[in-house]
Design a protein around this ligand. Structure first.
Ligand code: SF4
Length: 357
């Protein structure tokens, strides 16, 4: 298995060059259906570091069309509490779909199929399972719970919201690995042009100027983890996916041009913010809101209140601290919402915290 890396910032041209170099056209034919799965976790443009640059997807679409393939759909289901339709619009995908006459599929509205993989029963959206070729287009980013989000974790957008909650209750890594076994991805095109090494939801973008392409999501994630100074063992779902036969962590890397081959360090900001709360089976969207609220508080020079609790593991429990999200409604102070917004959390903190003098 090989990985191809190209350096630059013009996503469309870079992707077309890599696909031609890899002779991708030899593996496709016009009778096939294609699903393109970007990372549109929420409605923020790609320069925020959160979402896939539409120019990268444009490179894939134009390459497919140049080779007579027109049955193409872009499919995504944003994270809990966010609207995929809004993400399609804000992130430039409505305009892209209109320009190239491709379908947009909101996976939050899709039918589902239940399958068994990796010892788990998993509910998966029907559309990505039904295409002949699923092209996964993640963003290279850090993640507050799994440290890395890239090819394997990006498939979490192909499951309904109730399953997203359940994955967190199952500890995330095992179901992510099992999902990659149940839902084959045929090509991975990583948008490493702008990512975020602090927050999955963007806001602290880092320019990395590269696109990384491979057929094996385990190899791609293993390579991308190494770019962030992480070993496959630091991101357990990579090794678990390898054990399930999804791919192999060892691979050959070809660079098509010269670029800054520098590695990147995940920010320590998220680790420092995590010290302020206790988490049990929390969803990423909920933790993301809390992290942003804590980050804003720190920027304002204020110290967060002590005794913050978050996650599905606190459902039905009572406590004397501050509960974040509807799962913690039994706590003395409780911020409602599933997930609550960062603003709602900040407003609640403002009522509890003494004013800054
Ligand atoms: S309140 Fe938060 S942790 Fe609980 S289910 Fe909703 S998003 Fe998940």
């Amino acid at each position: 298995m090989s990985i191809t890396v190209i350096y630059g910032s013009r996503g469309c041209e870079m992707v077309r060059t890599v696909l031609a170099h890899r002779r991708f056209e030899k593996t496709i034919d016009p009778s096939m259906s294609f699903g393109i799965k970007p990372n549109l976790v929420l409605a923020k443009p790609s320069h925020s570091g959160a979402t896939t640059d539409p120019a990268v997807v444009e490179g894939i679409i134009t390459f497919l069309k140049d080779h007579g393939c027109h049955n193409i759909a872009i499919m995504e289901g944003s994270w809990l509490g966010d609207s995929t339709a809004r993400a399609f619009r804000i992130c430039g995908y409505e305009e892209l779909a209109r320009r190239y006459q491709v379908e947009l599929i909101d996976l939050k509205k899709d039918n589902t199929v239940t399958v068994s993989a990796g010892g788990l029963r998993l509910e998966i959206c029907r559309s990505p399972l039904a295409v002949d070729c699923l092209i996964n287009v993640p963003v290279l980013k850090a993640h507050c719970q799994t440290r890395l989000t890239c090819a394997l974790k990006n498939l979490k957008g192909c499951i309904p919201d109730r399953e997203k909650r359940r994955y967190h209750a199952l500890g995330l890594h095992r179901p992510i690995a099992a999902l990659s076994r149940a839902l084959p991805q045929h090509l991975v095109v990583v948008d490493g042009i702008i990512g975020d090494l602090t927050f999955e939801e963007g806001g602290t973008p880092v320019h990395m100027h590269r696109v990384i392409v491979g057929n094996d999501p385990v190899a791609v994630d293993s390579y991308c983890a190494s770019l962030l100074g992480l070993a496959p063992g630091d991101v357990p779902y990579i090794s678990l996916a390898e054990e399930l036969g999804v791919g192999c962590t060892q691979c050959e890397v070809t660079e098509l041009n010269e670029g800054s081959q520098s590695k990147f360090s995940p920010s320590t900001t998220a680790d420092a913010l995590r010290l302020h709360f206790t988490e049990k089976e929390a969803c990423s969207a909920c933790v993301g809101s809390l992290m942003h609220a804590l980050y804003r508080l720190r920027q304002a020079g204020s110290t967060p209140p002590s005794g913050i609790f978050i996650g599905q593991g606190f459902r039905g429990q009572e406590g004397s601290g501050i509960g974040i999200g509807s799962c913690t409604r039994g706590f003395t102070h409780h911020v409602p919402g599933c997930p609550p917004s960062a603003k709602a959390i900040l407003d609640a903190f403002a009522e509890i915290l003494p004013p800054i003098v």
